[in-house]
Ligand binder design. Structure first.
Ligand code: MBD
Ligand code: FE
Length: 290
């Protein structure tokens, strides 16, 4: 199966995936914020710094009216295409993640990105991810253990996994895919162990036909993220870990557009001696709360 084998109705469009990402984000925020209190001083401080940073750029770089209007038109288009989640998660979230996890122990984490969905279908500790009967891609087995920083296994830990398919598309953000394709939640066994059966994801290109793609092209950048599997790992009494794992040798491990690759997040896939495809092992270590 190639990208060309998608027909007219299943063509992935930036505005569709952007609209979905924006709508999902709004839903999650609405569910979370039960009467949030505004800290006027903090808003004043951060907003003033942001406005000053932009003004400094205009003054120092002597930005013209032509450039200012191009910027304005582009910002309007980011909203129209629903690409604020994509834009922010690609170019800003890595710094937020760095600050958030500065003092957390245990396994390294990285950004969540725009395509996480809560409540994916549950599978047993050694289950197979929901996939199509003819799901393209190399069969991929992923084994490991969830432990606390003191080394004790965490039975019943939850592992949420979501990843793109062999063409680089995420279910519910690209058309023509089953609702929960390549998304599931495993429950670790009594030793904290898990055995995940899926297919290996392909390198991923962020949508090129929307506002973010327009910026990338105008600036002469590229749109690629290395192939990656997203995880959220949690157990009661421990900080939730949001991570992505990567594959050695991917041409974009060194120039990820989202700046989310870390050396600790590399897998080491090998031919699977007991079955088809490849197998890899990775343990997740969680930091106890306080
Ligand atoms: C992705 O799949 C992703 O993981 C991030 C961080 C940004 C855009 C698309
Ligand atoms: Fe992703």
């Amino acid at each position: 199966m190639t990208q060309d084998s998608y027909n007219e109705e299943t063509v992935a469009r930036a505005a569709d995936s952007g609209a979905n990402a924006s709508a999902r984000f709004r839903e999650r925020m609405a569910a979370q914020s039960a009467g949030g209190v505004v800290d006027t001083e903090r808003v004043n401080h951060l907003a003033s710094r942001a406005v000053k940073a932009l003004n400094d750029i205009v003054l120092e770089e002597k930005v013209s009216y032509e450039e200012y209007n191009a910027f304005k038109a582009w910002l309007i288009r980011v909203g129209e295409d629903g690409e604020w989640p994509l834009f922010l998660d690609v170019w800003l979230e890595h710094s937020v993640e760095e600050v958030a996890n500065e003092h957390r122990e245990g396994s390294k984490g990285t950004i969540e990105g725009p395509y996480y969905l809560e409540d994916s279908p549950g599978v047993p500790w050694n289950g197979t991810i929901p996939m199509r009967e003819d799901e393209p891609g190399t069969p991929f087995t992923f084994t490991g253990q969830v432990r606390a920083v003191d080394g004790s296994p965490l039975p019943g830990a939850k592992l949420e996994l979501w990843h793109a398919d062999d063409l680089g598309f995420y279910s519910q953000f690209a058309p023509g895919l089953p609702e929960w394709n390549l998304r599931a939640t495993w429950t670790a066994n009594e030793d904290g162990r898990f055995e995940i059966h899926t297919v290996r994801p392909a390198p991923y290109q962020i949508p090129t036909d929307g506002a973010c793609g327009q910026l990338i092209e105008a600036a002469g950048w590229h749109a690629w993220r290395p192939a990656h599997m997203h995880f959220k790992v949690h157990a009661p009494g421990h900080h939730k870990l949001t991570a992505q794992l990567y594959f050695p040798g991917d041409p974009h491990n060194e120039d990820d557009i989202a700046s989310a690759v870390k050396p600790e997040l590399m897998l080491d896939p090998q031919p699977n001696p007991d079955g088809e495809g490849e197998i890899t092992h990775y343990d997740f270590v969680l930091d106890p709360e306080q």
